[in-house]
Design a protein around this ligand. Structure first.
Ligand SMILES: [Zn+2]
Length: 322
C-alpha cells in the first residue's frame, strides 16, 4: 500500500486511487486510509468520513463497503472516502478519544496545523479534504457504551444555500430523527465546522454499543448512496425520499454530578417529560446517591449503557424541538 499525501491521490477520470495518507506533523505517525473514486464524467465532489470515534464499527465498515462498491465508470463527480480517521484509537479500542493526546477528535475542529494531534487531524480533514468539496457526510454511531436511535444532524449557518443543501442531505439520507441546530451545545464538531466553511454537511448516527452488525452497516451505505443520488452522482439511482421525519433543534444532555453505578429507567426511543425520573446513580453498596430526572421533554435519542459512571459523564440526550 502506497503512503502518500492526499493531493497525490489523483486518479484519472474513471479510476479509483487509494493509499495511506500521513497526517502532517503528528508523532508518532498517524496515517489514515483514503479512497478517491473519480467518475468518468465530471460532477459534484463528496467527502465521507467514518471512525472519527474508533469503536464505532458499523460506520467504519459502511464507508469501506461504500467506497469499494462505487463503480467509477458509472459515477458522476468524485467521492473521497476516509473509512477510519482515528486509526490509533481503533487498535487500542479507545472510546470517545484517541490515545495520542487523549482528546475527542469531534470536538477538535476547526483544528490547527500547530496544535495537538487531534487538532492537526481535524485541521487536515477540514483544510485538505472537506473544504473544496460540494458536500460532506460524517458517519458515526453510538460508541462502545452508548445506545441510540438512528438520527442525523446538520448545522444551520444562516447561509441559505448551505442550509438548503444540508437539509437536502438529511432528507436524502432517509432518517426519521433529524437535529437541525446551531451546534452550540457541541462546539468543535466536524460537520458544524464544515458548514461554517461553506460546505453543506451531515452527521449520520446509526448503530451502537461496539456491536459490528450488518443492518446498521447497510443502512449507512444506503443512506450515503441516497445522498449521492440526490447530488446527481449516481445516474439511475433514486434517493429513497424523505420518509417520516421528526425535526428537532438541539439535544438537552443529562450529565452525572457524582461517580458511581448508573441505573437508567428509560430506553432509547422513549418519550420523556421534563422532570420525570429517568434513573439513579448508586454507590458501590447499592445505596442511591442521586435520583436522575429528564432534563427536557422529548424522545431519548441517546443513552449511556455503562454501569460505571464518572462525575461529568453524559448519561442521556433528549431531542428538543423548540
Ligand atoms: Zn461518534
Amino acid at each position: 500500500m502506497s503512503r502518500v499525501g492526499v493531493a497525490q491521490l489523483a486518479p484519472a477520470p474513471g479510476e479509483t486511487a487509494r493509499g495511506m495518507v500521513r497526517i502532517p506533523g503528528v508523532e508518532p505517525a498517524w496515517e489514515v486510509p483514503v479512497f478517491v473514486v473519480r467518475g468518468r464524467e465530471p460532477g459534484p465532489t463528496l467527502a465521507v468520513s467514518a471512525g472519527v470515534h474508533a469503536a464505532e464499527y458499523p460506520p467504519i465498515e459502511a464507508a469501506t463497503r461504500l467506497a469499494r462498491g462505487l463503480d467509477p465508470a458509472r459515477l458522476l463527480g468524485t467521492a473521497i472516502v476516509i473509512p477510519l480517521v482515528n486509526t490509533p484509537g481503533f487498535f487500542t479500542r479507545s472510546i470517545y478519544v484517541n490515545p495520542i493526546d487523549g482528546r475527542n477528535l469531534n470536538r477538535a475542529f476547526p483544528g490547527s496545523p500547530e496544535g495537538s494531534a487531534s487538532e492537526r487531524v481535524a485541521y487536515f480533514l477540514l483544510e485538505q479534504v472537506i473544504v473544496g468539496c460540494d458536500a460532506y457526510v460524517d458517519l458515526h454511531c453510538g460508541d462502545m457504551i452508548e445506545a441510540l436511535v438512528p438520527f442525523a444532524a446538520y448545522h444551520l449557518t444562516g447561509r441559505e444555500e448551505v442550509d438548503r443543501v444540508s437539509r437536502g442531505l438529511s432528507e436524502a439520507f432517509g432518517i426519521e430523527y433529524v437535529i437541525a441546530g446551531r451546534g452550540v451545545d457541541l462546539p468543535g464538531t466536524g460537520y458544524a465546522n464544515a458548514a461554517l466553511r461553506g460546505v453543506p454537511a451531515l452527521l449520520a448516527e446509526v448503530g451502537q454499543q461496539g456491536v459490528y452488525e450488518q443492518e446498521s452497516v447497510e443502512r449507512l451505505v444506503q443512506g450515503v448512496r441516497g445522498v449521492m443520488a440526490w447530488l446527481g452522482m449516481l445516474p439511475g439511482v433514486r434517493p429513497s425520499g424523505p420518509g417520516p421525519r421528526r425535526e428537532f433543534s438541539r439535544f438537552s444532555w443529562l450529565y452525572a454530578d457524582v461517580s458511581g453505578t448508573y441505573h437508567p429507567l428509560v430506553a432509547v426511543g422513549e418519550e420523556v417529560a421534563e422532570g420525570q425520573p429517568v434513573g439513579e446513580i448508586r454507590d458501590l453498596f447499592g445505596e442511591r446517591l442521586c435520583e436522575l430526572r429528564a432534563p427536557a421533554t422529548g424522545p431519548v435519542l441517546f443513552l449511556v449503557t455503562s454501569l460505571a459512571i464518572n462525575r461529568g459523564d453524559p448519561l442521556l440526550g433528549v431531542a428538543v424541538a423548540e
